[in-house]
Design a binder for this molecule. Structure first.
Ligand SMILES: *Cc1c(COP(=O)(O)O)cnc(C)c1O
Length: 403
């Protein structure tokens, strides 16, 4: 080897040359002119709250409901509260159980706790890592009131299979759409496929206002109930100081809605961009062999496929599965040093003592446990890069896995 080739082959972690030195795109993307204009207009109007007659929250809510294929929506402060309000509006509370997947963000379960109900953690499909319909059905008890499919990483959950389980046992369905703005399942938008769907606008999500959330639903009475939960127990046409039920102020601000509304015009373009990067990663990974040059074996890293029925993956994250033994913390450190930082992903919910101590019940979850060992994520900001960045990702992975 020449000295140069040797330096390139040496891990950056050990003083070699990193595969990538250019920065990845930042998240959120820079403000665009439409956001600047609308946010400024809201700020100058003085109508910063949603109860002062401004239209940003109402417009955002209507746009999300329309895009989700349903009639109603309620904008809220974040998706954790949105999931709570959706459950509560659907009548889920103390004494009820709600089935959640084992491989998801912790808020899917803590929202159930906030509603006073018991999260029942069921395993995910071993291949696509979304809530398994058979595991969910096996977890049903006489106390089960609802099921919470999560559209993980922007890939739609298999809603036909999960809705069928819900129908057989008369369960409500709350879609956790926090990661899946713009995804479609069998040609239909997610969010509107269950009784309620909840989006997040937290700073890491595909559309963000720093924080924020939005609930969509099909049914008028369900909307009225969820709206009331988010508006201190008021009724839609009732008095300001009339509070026939218990509720809270969970509202989004007009300033946040003004950041989000123009984003809807570029969401599809951004999803296309992330999908182009993901497709390039998939092509590049197919060519990697460990040891290098071994054409007989299978690729050591593959892309986690979406569940059946996915027609548009919004690619909030790209999940990769490693099929060779590796030291997780070494791989994450070495990739970061190569200039291609990856994310370690979720621990299975059932292994979190805080949840089980708070009353969550965990079914056996071998598939989620395998995912927590074998799956790594490519973050959204990296997916926003030009597809040529996929070459850096594959090159760095091949280099680190061969070390
Ligand atoms: C981000 C996220 C949430 C919580 O959203 P917040 O707006 O941060 O409360 C819930 N579920 C999933 C799957 C998420 O990724």
């Amino acid at each position: 080897m020449t000295l140069d080739a040797e330096r390139r082959a040496t891990l950056a972690l050990h003083g070699g040359t990193p595969v990538r030195t250019a920065p990845w795109p930042s998240w959120p993307p820079p403000l665009d002119a439409a956001q600047r204009e609308l946010v400024t207009a809201v700020l100058e109007s003085g109508r910063w709250g949603a109860t002062q007659g401004g239209s940003a929250c109402a417009d955002l809510t209507a746009a999300f409901a329309r895009r989700s294929g349903v009639a109603y929506g309620v904008a809220v402060g974040n998706a954790t509260l949105g999931l709570f309000a959706a459950l509560r509006g659907l009548g889920v509370g103390a004494g009820d159980e709600v089935i959640v997947p084992a491989y998801t963000f912790v808020a899917s379960a803590t929202a159930v706790l906030l509603a006073g109900a018991t999260p029942v953690i069921a395993d995910v499909d071993p291949v696509d890592l979304h809530l398994s319909a058979s595991a969910a059905e096996a977890a049903v008890t006489p106390r089960t009131a609802a099921i919470m499919p999560v559209h993980l990483a922007g890939s739609p959950a298999d809603m036909d299979a999960l809705n069928a389980v819900a129908a057989r046992h008369s369960l409500a369905v709350v879609e956790d759409a926090a990661q899946a703005h713009g995804a479609t399942y069998r040609g239909r938008p997610i969010g509107g496929l269950g009784d309620a769907g909840v989006y997040s606008f937290q700073s890491s999500k595909a559309m963000t206002a720093g924080e924020g959330g939005l609930i969509v639903c099909r049914d008028e009475a369900v909307h009225a109930a969820i709206w009331s939960v988010c508006n201190l127990g008021r009724t839609l046409d009732g008095a300001w100081y009339g509070h026939p039920s218990v509720g809270w102020n969970l509202r989004l601000t007009e300033i946040q809605a003004a950041l989000l509304l123009p984003w809807l015009d570029r969401l599809d373009e951004e999803i296309d961009r992330r999908n182009a990067f993901a497709a390039a990663v998939e092509r590049e990974l197919a060519a990697i062999r460990v040891p290098a040059g071994d054409d007989g074996g299978d690729p050591p890293v593959t892309v986690v496929p979406p569940p059946p029925g996915a027609t548009r993956d919004s690619r909030h994250l790209l999940m990769l599965r490693l099929h060779v033994p590796f030291d997780r913390s070494f791989l994450l450190e070495a990739m970061e040093a190569e200039g291609v930082p990856l994310d370690g992903g979720y621990p299975p919910l059932g292994t979190m003592p805080a949840l089980t101590e708070a009353g969550a019940r965990a079914e056996p979850c071998p598939a989620a446990e395998a995912a927590s060992r074998e799956v790594l994520w490519v973050r959204q900001s990296m997916l926003m890069d030009d597809p040529s960045g996929a070459t850096h990702l594959a090159e760095a992975l091949a280099k680190v896995l061969a070390a």
